[in-house]
Every structure is written in structure tokens, then in C-alpha cells.
Write a protein of this length. Structure first.
Length: 291
């Protein structure tokens, strides 16, 4: 297995490489340093990569030559503190482990995940756009096109996304006391570990207003639970949905509960075709009416 560590923090990359090479795997460290708007320089001592270019603030990475056979299975361990538009490199690697800034024990933590001693269960708390051109102008404060709640362009990696070494199935999303939806209600969904290893999953609950006259989000996260399941185990998770979670803001900045149809969705990622294409679990949804 070939492992490429990339990011702006050389100390973290060195710690990761040390742990990986001690385990008998080949690891190459690439470190870039921001030199100004649109210009990134490679550390000459970081590894033998012939041509690496990163364009603009979105960090588009183009990996031209790697001193490994192109048929090799390459895993990318990526450090950073914001979304990174990876460009072609996302299609050139078998898997990506985004570790943020994991601190002085980051190397051990990454190694434990890559060697299978621990099972990944993290979820993205931000959306990764494909490129900065997919975002509205920085000086435009309008929310249209921003975040998973209002963006309509397909992202590189959606909000809430994250894979595991096992697989999960979502079943039986239900609303309890459906006649009292305007005053809040309880919802439940069943999660099953359909894989072969014990693992954690972050169950996410989203609401969508389908007929709102106000500028309501396309999807909005209103609850989540971290659940640990053994292989083959199932568990029903309960959520409380309050009236405030169903409200939207009017032109005066006041919250209002609009009548109409709503969609409730439970899954392991924000609702999107992109999440399913990346092998996120199939979500479950239901619609209800507020008179």
C-alpha cells in the first residue's frame, strides 16, 4: 500500500510518515507553504514529486508524477483546516483520510485507522466545493449558494459525509403523534450495522420545507446521534423535533412557522445524490403536513 500525506503542516506529516514507515508501508510526505494569493510552493525536502501545482485559494491539487507505479493503490492522508478543492487527485487515489490538524499524537491516530486498529466514524462539518468558482463572491453576504443549506451546485464532498469500514442501513423512519406536528413531535429511525465489524455511526436528521413562502433552507440539520453497533446489531434512535426547528426567517428577521408540506430525512450524510454516489448509506424520508 502506498500512502501520500499532504498538507500545510510539516510536523504532522512527518509524524504520520514515521508511524507508517515503521509499520512497513511506503509513505511520501508533501508539504506546501502559502507564498501569496494564488501561489503555493513545495517544500524541496518533502519528497520526490516532479510537478505539483496548487492554484488559488481553493487548493486545487494536480499531481503530475509520483515515483510509484500508477497501478499502485494510493491512499491520501490530508491535513488542513478548511475545504480543499482537490481536483484530479481525488480520482487518482483509492481513499482520502482528512485529519484536520490532529496534534502531536496525530501520527499514531492516523496509523491506527489505516492499519485497522480503529474504525473511522468522523463526518464533515463543512461542505467541500469542487472549486472556488462554485461559490458566490466573497463580498456577497447573501446566503444563496452558500453551505449545504442553500447550495445547488454538486459538491466534491457533501456536508455530513464520512465513510466507515462497515456498512449501515437506515430503516423505518416514523413520526409519533403525527397529529401534533405544529407543536412539536418525536421521530424515530432504526439503524442496522450490515457489515462485519463493530463501528460508530453518526445518525443525522434533516428537515426540508417543501411549500414555504419564506426563504427556507433546502435542507437543515436538526439533530444527530452517535451510535455504536456491533456487526449485525440494530438500534432505534429517538429524536425530539420542536416547533422552532420547523421555522423559517421572514424579511424582518423573525422566525415564523409556515403551514405546508415538510420532508423529514434520516441518514449518514446530508441529503444529496452526490452522497449516494460516494457510497453513503441510503437515507430514509417521509413527508408530513402542517395545517
Amino acid at each position: 500500500m502506498k500512502i501520500l500525506t499532504a498538507g500545510s503542516n510539516g510536523m504532522i506529516g512527518s509524524a504520520v510518515v514515521c508511524q507508517l514507515t515503521n509499520g512497513g508501508h511506503e509513505a511520501l510526505r508533501l508539504v506546501w507553504h502559502a507564498a501569496g494569493p494564488g501561489e503555493i510552493r513545495r517544500d524541496p525536502d518533502a519528497g520526490r514529486i516532479e510537478a505539483v501545482g496548487l492554484e488559488g485559494f481553493d487548493g486545487v491539487v494536480q499531481l503530475a508524477t509520483v515515483p510509484w507505479p500508477m497501478r499502485a493503490r494510493i491512499l491520501l492522508v490530508l491535513t488542513g483546516g478548511s475545504p480543499i478543492a482537490l481536483g484530479e487527485i481525488a480520482d487518482m487515489v483509492e481513499a482520502i483520510l482528512f485529519v484536520w490538524y490532529p496534534g502531536q499524537e496525530g501520527g499514531r491516530a492516523v496509523a491506527s485507522l489505516l492499519f485497522g486498529d480503529a474504525v473511522p466514524s468522523g463526518k464533515l462539518t463543512i461542505t467541500f466545493p469542487r472549486a472556488s468558482s462554485d461559490l458566490p463572491p466573497f463580498e456577497d453576504y447573501n446566503m444563496a449558494g452558500r453551505t449545504y443549506r442553500y447550495a445547488t451546485r454538486e459538491p466534491l464532498f457533501p456536508f455530513g459525509f464520512g465513510l466507515s469500514y462497515t456498512t449501515f442501513k437506515y430503516l423505518d423512519l416514523k413520526i409519533k403523534s403525527p397529529g401534533a406536528t405544529a407543536t412539536g413531535f418525536r421521530a424515530s429511525v432504526t439503524l442496522k450495522n450490515t457489515g462485519a465489524v463493530t463501528a460508530n455511526e453518526v445518525v443525522q436528521l434533516y428537515i426540508s420545507a417543501l411549500e414555504s413562502r419564506l426563504s427556507a433552507p433546502l435542507n437543515q440539520l436538526i439533530g444527530f446521534r452517535r451510535v455504536r453497533l456491533k456487526a449485525g446489531q440494530s438500534k432505534t434512535i429517538q429524536f425530539t423535533v420542536t416547533p422552532e426547528m420547523l421555522m423559517a426567517f421572514d424579511e424582518n428577521g423573525r422566525q415564523k412557522l409556515e403551514s405546508g408540506r415538510f420532508r423529514l430525512t434520516a441518514g449518514g450524510c446530508s441529503p444529496s445524490a452526490r452522497g449516494l454516489a460516494l457510497d453513503a448509506p441510503q437515507p430514509v424520508s417521509l413527508e408530513f403536513q402542517i395545517p
